[in-house]
Write a protein that binds this ligand. Structure first.
Ligand SMILES: [Zn+2]
Length: 400
């Protein structure tokens, strides 16, 4: 975490945070009085917990008066949110929450700029991952409705997803772990997806005929079977090199690509018979790799503890992130993800300009504009100056 430099910045940022909370809206989570809160400073994100607020007015007043840079709230509802130890709180259930963070991904751009910097590609990729979690898993497989799912930008490198369906509230840690394992592709029995029949009825000769016939999942199936089928079809559409990445040799990949229309039609009906070239064993291996690729991505990208621990505190939606000065903006609906731009809609401090002394290696895109790279003194919009300052890449000289 970046720690701000000791200069004019600290006072200025504190003033901005205090001003932000004076008029902030949408801060109160549902059943606010039953939630536990935690607050932090620029060095520790949660330095004090077991707090509670009766309503949004009290919460806003506290955050403004103390210029709080980090505030978190529980995914849990409690009878006594301030009770200590945890057993005395009277747990009444918890949302199912997911924390997706781009630092858990391995992206080509991160090799260039390192994991401490977040570029627009990083933010786009973690957004796609969040879309995948919501629509490929939570909606498609678990059957939650979009209305039961809240999504918010984390304020820094990713997104938080809260599921508020009443059936999930009472899930214990073990059941939550099963959810993370499922979305991470842990424990899938790959062999059960494919079947090879040796004898089929020959309609022309009215005899059983020796013939290999491979059947497998179709893209409309629920669960991992359908995902495997859809994933294979999209790799087929993407071309031979995408197939080679699944360990299919170059010659076979080209042949499959040439026949893609027929193959896709076949998979649509559950037939995975591609003629010579790919055995069932190979197919199972290929799918294992396909799922593993997806699964590693998912298991790495989801901080499992956040999901598994029903007493976890997570950034309060619509509050400030003290490492960027951005708002952990809550989206009106999950589908807003498709058009959401965190570095525009997450901006908190829109007014005025600051003079900074900056040393940034990379271009920053905020509010649709490019800023930097900078080396030396420069006048920038307040939100840019605060962002670079909190990331430890600039000193704030003064307000202009
Ligand atoms: Zn990047």
């Amino acid at each position: 975490m970046s720690s701000p430099n000791a200069d004019n910045g600290a006072g200025l940022v504190n003033g901005l945070i205090s001003g932000f909370y004076k008029t902030a809206t949408g801060l109160a989570p549902d059943r606010i009085a039953e939630r536990e809160f935690g607050v932090g400073n620029f060095d520790v994100k949660i330095s004090q917990r077991h707090m509670s607020f009766r309503n949004e007015h009290d919460l806003r007043g506290y955050l403004s008066a103390n210029a709080i840079p980090y505030v978190s709230s529980s995914s849990a509802y409690y009878k006594f949110p301030t009770g200590r130890p945890m057993e005395r709180k009277g747990w009444m259930g918890s949302e199912l929450v997911f924390d997706l963070d781009v630092t858990d991904m391995d992206l080509p751009c991160q090799i260039k700029h390192g994991k401490s910097w977040v570029c627009s590609v990083c933010l786009e990729e973690i957004k796609k991952e969040t879309i995948k979690l919501v629509y490929d898993f939570l909606v498609a497989d678990f059957g939650f409705s979009e209305k039961e799912i809240d999504v918010n930008f984390s304020g820094n490198r990713g997104y938080h997803v809260h599921v508020k369906n009443k059936d999930v509230l009472m899930l214990d840690a073990a059941a939550r772990k099963q959810v993370t394992e499922y979305i991470s592709g842990v424990g899938i029995d790959f062999d059960k997806f494919f079947m090879q029949t040796s004898n089929i009825w020959d309609k022309e000769t009215y005899n059983m005929k020796k013939m290999k016939m491979v059947t497998g999942p179709n893209p409309k199936e629920k669960g991992w079977g359908g995902k495997i089928a859809r994933n294979f079809i999209s790799s087929l559409d993407a071309g031979p090199s995408a197939l080679e990445r699944m360990d299919i040799d170059a010659e076979t990949a080209k042949k499959l690509y040439r026949n893609k229309i027929l193959i896709e039609r076949g998979i649509g009906a559950g037939s995975w018979d591609f003629g010579r070239g790919i055995s069932v064993k190979k197919m199972v291996e290929m799918c294992r790799k396909m799922v593993q690729n997806q699964a590693i991505v998912q298991s790495d990208r989801i901080d499992r503890n956040v999901t598994n621990d029903p007493t976890h505190l997570l950034r309060l939606p619509n509050s400030i992130h003290g490492g960027t000065g951005l708002i952990a903006r809550k989206l009106a609906a999950p589908k807003e993800l498709y058009r959401f731009d965190p570095l525009s809609e997450g901006i908190a401090f829109r007014k005025g300009f600051v003079k900074i002394n900056a040393n940034t290696g990379y271009e920053l895109r905020m509010a649709g504009q490019k800023f930097g790279p900078y080396a030396g003194e420069i006048k920038v919009p307040t939100y840019v100056g605060v962002y670079l300052y909190l990331r430890g890449l600039a000193k704030i000289i003064n307000f202009i």
